[in-house]
Design a protein around this ligand. Structure first.
Ligand code: NAP
Length: 383
């Protein structure tokens, strides 16, 4: 049983973990609080970036000798392997920690086993304290590890009558400044932002994060089967890295070749490129969370592929009466096939409503934890 001080420490550890969102991939976000033998907080830390010290190491350093005989409260099971830093299980044992509370077990074959190592060394170990909160803060990484592909959040903006653009294709500023600022928060928390070639042509989007101090820019991904992107497209500037996904047989001689802009060839699907192949390629590159920014056609393809984990819709009190819907064909032809969602949150942003919802129709999940692929640059710097 956890004490009130330990439960409070875990709540704080979850908040600490959240500070790492958008900076730690391909690693999870983790927070840790160390209490001394009398239950006083003597150290805290969070995993700040891949390749840097883990949360436990930061917290133990801050605690120093006061950790001896104390309790470590961690949002994720301490790792048991040597990556770019040593195993946290050994660091906790060496610091003389007597008790460990962790919220969520590490699902990766590579890092799991920390709890068993600690217990074998005589440390009292308990799992599950505030597990729901700790799961929520690490949702993208845990989903990626369990599904073997990046977590996908589909974001769209629509009028109250469900339109994503006017009949003439114009769609700028359907929603308010507050909603648009919130989208920049989502971009800053994501490893990659994805759009289709239709949006590229219609909007010439930039897709980088603006007005968020210290943000790590996401990888900008355009899904452009026949490499139609213009060399002057805004997404090709140097504000953030860009990946152009094209078909294996696409002509790419005209595409810019410079650091920060890469092209990847993927197999064709009946329409466009194969979505699972795109996600596998992003996963291989260390991307653990994707913000899918549309448009309606590509979003339909992701949904049809069972590759949307969460939906965020920004609904503006605006009516258009004509123009494309927020979502195009997703392979649903009759009401019995409708994709039902569970509403997780409704928030008012200025004049708009932000609705967050999760598909309740089961998406197939591999039965066993998927081994984490060795991920090369640009994002990958595991542990
Ligand atoms: N309100 C919003 O939230 C929002 C967001 C984004 C866009 N929009 C609006 O949406 C409109 C553009 O939407 P859109 O539906 O025409 O374009 P889109 O969804 O951005 O792109 C669709 C294109 O992506 C390519 N693609 C590659 N692989 C695909 C696959 N597996 N399945 C489907 N498509 C694939 C296809 O073209 P190729 O195969 O030829 O490459 C397809 O035509 C614009 O008016 C834009 O302003 C609104």
């Amino acid at each position: 049983m956890a004490t009130a001080a330990e439960a409070q420490a875990m709540r704080h550890a979850v908040a600490l973990a959240a500070r790492g969102l958008g900076h730690t991939s391909p690693n999870p976000v983790v927070g840790c609080v160390v209490l001394d033998a009398g239950g006083r907080v003597v150290g805290e830390g969070w995993h700040q970036r891949a390749g840097g010290p883990h949360a436990e190491v930061h917290a133990l350093r801050a605690a120093g000798e006061r950790a001896r005989g104390g309790t470590a409260v961690v949002t994720l099971e301490p790792c048991d392997h040597t990556g770019r830093t040593g195993p946290c299980s050994q660091a906790l044992i060496a610091a003389g920690i007597a008790r460990v509370h962790y919220a969520v077990a590490d699902p990766t074959a590579q890092a799991t086993g920390g709890a068993a190592t600690l217990a074998a060394a005589g440390v009292e170990v308990e799992a599950g304290l505030l597990a729901e909160e700790a799961e929520a803060v690490n949702e993208p990484w845990l989903t990626a590890m369990r599904r073997g592909r990046p977590f996908v959040l589909w974001k769209f903006a629509a009028t109250l009558d469900g339109r994503s653009a006017a009949a003439d294709g114009t769609s700028r500023w359907i929603t308010s400044a507050e909603s648009r600022a919130d989208v920049h928060r989502l971009r800053a928390e994501a490893d990659a932002v994805v759009v289709g070639s239709g949006t590229l042509r219609a909007d010439d989007p930039h897709l980088a994060v603006r007005d968020r101090e210290g943000a790590t820019q996401p990888l900008r991904v355009v899904v452009d089967t026949d490499a139609t992107i213009k060399p002057g497209a805004r997404v090709l500037d140097d504000a953030a890295p860009t990946l152009i996904a094209v078909a294996e047989d696409a002509g790419v001689a005209h595409l810019p070749r410079r650091p920060g802009v890469e092209t990847v060839r993927l197999p064709r699907a009946e329409t466009g490129l194969r979505i699972p192949a795109l996600l596998a390629e992003l996963h291989r590159r260390g991307v653990r969370s994707v913000l899918l920014e549309g448009g309606p056609t590509l979003a339909g393809a992701f949904l049809a592929a069972g590759a949307v984990d969460k939906v965020v819709g920004y609904l503006a009190p605006v009516l258009l009466g004509a123009g494309p819907a927020a979502l195009a064909d997703a392979g649903i032809t009759t009401i019995a096939q409708a994709l039902r969602l569970e509403t997780a949150d409704v928030t008012r942003l200025g004049p708009d409503l932000r609705v967050t919802a999760v598909p309740v129709t089961a998406i197939p999940v591999p039965a066993v934890p998927v081994p984490v692929p060795v991920a090369p640059a640009p994002l990958a710097e595991e542990n």
